[in-house]
Design a protein around this ligand. Structure first.
Ligand code: PRT
Ligand code: ZN
Length: 299
């Protein structure tokens, strides 16, 4: 239980989620110096302390009520929840927000030269994995008989070393699998980072800070997904632009000085604007097309 008056937020100390987690906290306006090698760093402008730990420790810290907020991959969260369930420990937590980083999938992969038809091919196989609980949950549901062993690193070398028939590991680009002569055959879990909170007693003072952070994080993520678009277009093509940019809401139309046939359109689009869309706008007669990133948004 955290009795301090400061809201504690746990993030990964060093790894794939660290930079994005720190960036998110800074964008939320939390001033904190994370340069030193300290476990806990105090914010200079908010009643917040940031705790930097291994990602595998974050779900437990939340479920035991040691910290109020955490940023962790859903894969780790679900794996730890399953293992704690097995040990009859508390698994209470809340997912407050799905975040837009740490995107990966947990997949089953086999050597490229091995025939694979369907999940039944995993019957009586031995699978190396860092996620035994997620693997067991998935294959048990499919009624596959298998054995597994835990490797917390270098999982991808297990089949070549003659230790296993297959692996169950995280994949993002697929490069690691390819380098190790493996082929991804089944995705068993889609994951991304998420903001989680403890379900234990949280003071109303801390709840207010959490609410404030949540609004800010939602604004940051919406802004990152959105683009501000400006362009010039013949007046009679305005409707076509609107239907082409279907993710854009309520465009602003402005007159252009010295050109009665064309107008300027300004709008926010909730969708990515690809080169293909810009080329289509050009064909419609658009010019001076600008697509700008948005830093913050509040609705
Ligand atoms: O030290 P600590 O325990 O904190 O860190 P860690 O080594 O356990 O985790 P880390 O930093 O590797 O990953 C943290 C989290 O990032 C994971 O739990 C996922 O939620 C997320 N994530 C996103 C990934 C990947 N993408 C990823 N590609 N985690 C690991 N990988 C590894 C994967 O295990 C494999 O070795 O990257 C390799 C595959 O990548 P590709 O691009 O070659 O497919
Ligand atoms: Zn870890």
């Amino acid at each position: 239980m955290n009795n301090s008056n400061r809201l504690r937020i746990a993030i990964q100390k060093s790894g794939r989620l660290s930079d994005d987690s720190i960036k998110l906290l800074l964008l939320c306006g939390i001033k904190v110096n994370l340069e030193q090698q300290h476990l806990i760093s105090f914010s200079q402008n908010m009643p917040i302390e940031v705790m930097r730990v291994r990602d595998d420790d974050i779900p437990g810290l939340i479920m035991d009520g040691i910290v109020e907020l955490g940023i962790v991959g859903k894969n780790v969260l679900e794996e730890i929840a399953l293992s704690r369930q097995d040990q009859e420990k508390s698994i209470k937590y809340q997912i407050l927000k799905d975040l837009d980083f740490g995107i990966c999938r947990l997949s089953l992969s086999v050597p490229v030269d091995k025939n694979y038809f369907n999940l039944k091919c995993f019957n009586n196989t031995c699978i190396a994995t860092s996620y035994p609980y997620l693997l067991k949950k998935y294959l048990n549901k499919e009624k596959i008989q298998f054995s597994s062993f835990l490797l917390n690193g270098s999982v991808e070398v297990a089949p070549r070393a003659g230790l296993s028939d297959a692996i169950c590991d995280l994949v993002s680009t697929g490069g690691t699998l390819e380098t190790n002569g493996l082929r991804e055959v089944e995705v068993i879990y889609h994951s991304h980072a998420c903001l989680i909170s403890s379900s234990k007693d949280i003071s109303s003072f801390k709840k207010k800070i959490i609410e404030k952070l949540l609004v800010r994080i939602t604004g940051i993520i919406t802004a990152r997904e959105s683009k501000y678009i400006m362009l010039h277009i013949p007046i009679n093509k305005v409707k076509e632009v609107i239907s082409l940019l279907s993710g854009a809401e309520h465009p602003t139309i402005l007159n252009l000085v010295g050109d009665k046939n064309r107008v300027a359109m300004h709008m926010v689009s909730r969708e990515s604007i690809f080169w293909e869309t810009m080329e289509k706008l050009k064909i419609l007669g658009a010019s001076s097309i600008l697509v700008l990133p948005i830093e913050k948004m509040m609705e």
